[in-house]
Design a protein around this ligand. Structure first.
Ligand code: FEO
Length: 404
């Protein structure tokens, strides 16, 4: 796409990846995504971040169009080293020979380990509090370690009230529009939540720390530019991005439960439905999600703002079915908080399923609701009653937490 002037002499020069469906190799991106890069035309022409290597030519084409006569990059700011933003650094450095390359202290470590030929690159480390002049403008740097990699940082230009926030506040959203106010706000909020649940969630304490520290930094931001998706334009939109992240990071329980299961001969599936009835009778909104029909990132999107997660599997070879293990592994890494949980499942002879699932859920710090339900071969009337009662009990636990 052509460059877009987002403020006077500041251009979006990124790329739209319409075909991305497997973001970072582990998370769904059904709307595609963008790799945002920004060019500021001042005495020093400064490029903030680059794009995934597949889109290098598009980036260079946009730089040429934005620069006019003779394309050049004097300063290169690398807010994040993950390859979707820095995968073409070597080509850009070789092509434009920037005078200086700025990155965070952890960014330098990442840069050296990604680019083994970078010894001669003019790298300058800019920790939190550092600032540089690029002519009429200054750029201030704020490290945002583990949001979501050690090297991430935010670059802020006070003269334009604009911040480049790397992955934070991004969404997977491919479109011809560049600003959040140009698209449906509900769909945007959903995309923002999808991204948070699958990328940022484990680092929620870092998010809260950053949001709490912002007022003391006296930043006056009226445009917030993440490295993925749409740009937050105007103070109201920026406040919405910050408020949404605070709400996400707090992970307050809601009247919602997610039942995640796999099944062989439908016994565990039938149990899931009976549990659902018990939850619904307590006024809980339930999502039943078969791991065969729902990708782990779609499941995690529902788990992240739920009050409870219930997991079921048949016993298989003294363990649990592999897709259930996949979801539990993925979920553990994302560290969801404030959940009640329960386990259920069926078995033919050995019956370890419930014990194994309970161990996973306990290791995630979830509050386990007992008794779990386990059935040999086929559920009976008594099994369904036990499942219904488990659903009721989990529902009551959610309600008790919400009214505490
Ligand atoms: Fe979008 Fe952490 O890369």
């Amino acid at each position: 796409m052509k460059p877009v002037e987002i403020k006077k002499d500041i251009f979006w020069v990124g790329a739209v990846d319409w075909n991305s469906r497997d973001f970072h190799g582990y998370s769904l991106s059904p709307r595609g995504t963008t790799y945002n890069a920004f060019l500021v035309k001042d005495e020093k022409i400064t490029l903030f971040d680059t794009v995934k290597a597949d889109f290098t030519n598009e980036l260079m084409c946009s730089i040429a169009q934005a620069c006019g006569s003779t394309p050049r990059i004097d300063y290169l700011v690398v807010n994040h080293l993950e390859p979707d933003h820095a995968g073409c650094l070597d080509v850009i450095v070789e092509r434009y020979h920037p005078e200086k390359i700025f990155c965070s202290p952890m960014g330098e470590k990442a840069l050296r380990s990604y680019y083994h030929n970078s010894q001669d690159w003019p790298v300058e480390v800019v920790p939190t509090g550092a600032s540089i002049s690029i002519g009429k403008r200054t750029v201030q740097f704020i490290e945002t370690r583990m949001l979501h990699w050690p090297d991430n940082m935010i670059s802020y230009i006070p003269e334009d009230k604009i911040a480049f926030s790397s992955d934070a506040f991004g969404q997977n959203w491919a479109s011809t529009e560049r600003f959040v106010d140009e698209v449906d706000s509900h769909a945007l909020d959903t995309a923002l939540g999808d991204y948070y649940a699958n990328i940022v969630l484990p680092y929620s304490p870092v998010v809260l720390k950053l949001l709490d520290s912002l007022p003391g930094m006296n930043l006056d931001i009226d445009m917030l530019c993440p490295d993925h998706g749409l740009i937050w334009r105007g103070k109201e939109a920026v406040a919405h991005a910050f408020d949404s992240y605070r709400e996400f990071a707090l992970q307050k329980p809601t009247k919602k439960a997610v039942i995640v299961y796999d099944t062989m001969w439908h016994s565990t599936e039938k149990m899931a439905r009976a549990i659902c009835d018990g939850l619904a009778d307590e006024g809980i909104s339930v999502r039943i999600m078969s791991v065969k029909h729902n990708h782990h990132s779609a499941i995690m999107r529902e788990v992240f703002d739920a009050g409870a997660v219930l997991v079921g599997s048949p016993t298989h070879n003294n363990g649990i079915l592999p897709l259930v293990a996949d979801v539990l592994t993925y979920m553990k890494g994302l560290r969801p908080q404030n959940k009640v949980a329960a386990a259920f499942g069926s078995f033919g002879w050995s019956g370890e399923c419930v014990k194994i699932i309970t161990e996973h859920l306990t290791n995630m710090g979830m509050e386990i609701i007992e008794p779990s339900v386990k059935v040999k071969n086929l559920p009976s009337h008594e099994t369904y009653q036990a499942c219904y009662d488990l659903g009721k009990k989990v529902g009551q636990a959610i309600n008790a937490k919400l009214s505490a």
